[in-house]
Design a binder for this molecule. Structure first.
Ligand SMILES: Nc1ncnc2c1ncn2[C@@H]1O[C@H](COP(=O)(O)OS(=O)(=O)O)[C@@H](OP(=O)(O)O)[C@H]1O
Ligand SMILES: Nc1ncnc2c1ncn2[C@@H]1O[C@H](COP(=O)(O)OP(=O)(O)O)[C@@H](O)[C@H]1O
Length: 197
């Protein structure tokens, strides 16, 4: 970084936004295979938080790749840069007093750890949306596993590209055993228990 760039201290700080909103803020990082249920669960949680007057927002894989990260593909170095940029954006949202729910495969532990490292301790919750590959492939909501199996898509996570399950996530949601609504309730209970709400 250019040594002539000096950090400008903001007048209104994260603690001020939190105090105004009446709740904590931070990053809820959902990770899991394609089709595991990250987007469905994030949207259900977001809806419930919205109805309670909580300031929350979703950053979602497909949407971010249409804009901010439209220049990135799925090679390991592209996924790394994808997660790095999203981590920085998520941090900004958290600093603005928002509970940000992110829904990215984020297959590499190292990349997720790097995001954890830039966020204040306790303000990053790694949530594993855990679902067997066989079930994700059966769901195949976008028909992508089918394409990956025929070789039409190369380097698809879980098929011919790795997924590293979290070493020590704050929470595991078993989306094969519980409904979308039950998973959303489990996540909200966890936020309550940790005094985010
Ligand atoms: N090769 C390959 N591997 C995995 N996923 C693929 C691929 N190509 C396209 N897609 C679609 O892109 C979505 C994943 O984007 P992410 O930004 O979450 O991926 S990553 O975190 O950078 O690994 C993912 O969305 P989700 O199904 O919502 O997870 C897919 O729809
Ligand atoms: N418990 C559950 N949690 C999340 N999704 C579920 C669950 N049970 C079934 N599904 C279905 O699985 C699919 C998951 O798709 P999606 O939310 O787009 O996953 P991802 O964002 O991880 O790719 C949806 O069609 C959803 O309705």
């Amino acid at each position: 970084m250019d040594s002539n760039i000096v950090w400008h201290q903001a007048t209104i700080e994260p603690k001020d936004y939190r105090s105004k909103n009446g709740h904590h803020s931070g990053v809820v990082w959902l990770t899991g295979l394609s089709g595991s249920g990250k987007s469905s669960i994030a949207n259900q949680v977001n809806k419930k938080l919205y109805e309670r007057g909580i300031q929350s927002y979703i950053l979602d894989g497909d949407n971010i790749r249409h804009g901010l990260n439209a220049d990135l593909g799925f090679k390991p170095e592209d996924r790394k840069e994808n997660i790095r940029r999203i981590g920085e954006v998520a941090k900004l949202f958290a600093d603005s007093g928002t509970i940000v729910l992110t829904a990215f495969i984020s297959p590499y532990q190292e990349d997720r750890d790097r995001v954890r490292d830039i966020i204040d301790s306790g303000d990053f919750l790694e949530v594993h949306v855990d679902c067997p590959l066989s079930e994700c492939e059966y769901r195949d909501p976008k028909g992508l596993y089918k394409k990956a199996r025929t070789g039409e898509i190369k380097g698809f996570t879980g098929i011919d590209s790795p997924y590293e399950a979290p070493d020590s996530p704050e929470l595991v949601l078993e989306s094969n055993a519980y409904s979308v609504d039950e998973c959303a309730e489990q996540l909200i209970s966890f936020l309550e228990k940790n005094e985010w709400l």
